[in-house]
Design a binder for this molecule. Sequence first.
Ligand code: CA
Length: 252
Amino acid sequence: MKILVIEDEANIVQVIRLYLEQAGYTLLSANDGITGLELHARERPDLVILDLMLPGLDGMEVCRRIRAWATTPILMLTARQSEEDRIAGLELGADDYLVKPFSPRELVSRVKAILRRSVASSADNTKEPLAEQSKPDDKKLYFGNLVINIPARRVMVGKQQVTLTAKEFDLLVALASAPDRVFTRESLLNQVWGYTYLGDGRTVDVHIGTLRKKLEAAHAASPITYQIQTVWGVGYKFVPVTSASTTPPGEE
Ligand code: CA
């Protein structure tokens, strides 16, 4: 598995390289944003570790440009003080963040957690044709015009494909797999981010926000058949809105 580190501080790159290579990953590195984008396009890494503070093109812009065409998981590195940066980075489509100074072991466990999910989904993907013939409904979720194809990691609204980041997709699947069930932020963090998080529910809120925006945009031309509802003080739930409930069939 290939990991691209975009960071200008050579000593940080060195530490990241040491720990991730020890864990069996191949490391590529770039010390500015433009080189990072070029490497990303050419090498198609499995994950990007992106520092926000870069000379020239900053990390936010690099994140935006990667997200313009790719869903590669992005782990952001950010300074302790800048909560706004963190939120803005997540809104641009980063999957997770680490605050500097971070422990290299923590970094390795985050990387593993993110990659475990993308590996699991691509393994599912290769089995899809056989599995789908026998059990079609385990692999796709239907809510009116919304179709979530889990092994292909594809979301369609009518004929329009909705491009989601890895975490937005995982969140949608977690919620839509259990309609009407209320999920706490903590349980979504555990389920979607894959480890016990240090209590920052804002990460979930931001991803729910971007997920809602993308789905709403996709529904501009077709009716909404479900809602992702906020349950105040608790978390979120996915609620199907069936047309049958507004106009019961067969009533005379
Ligand atoms: Ca930096």
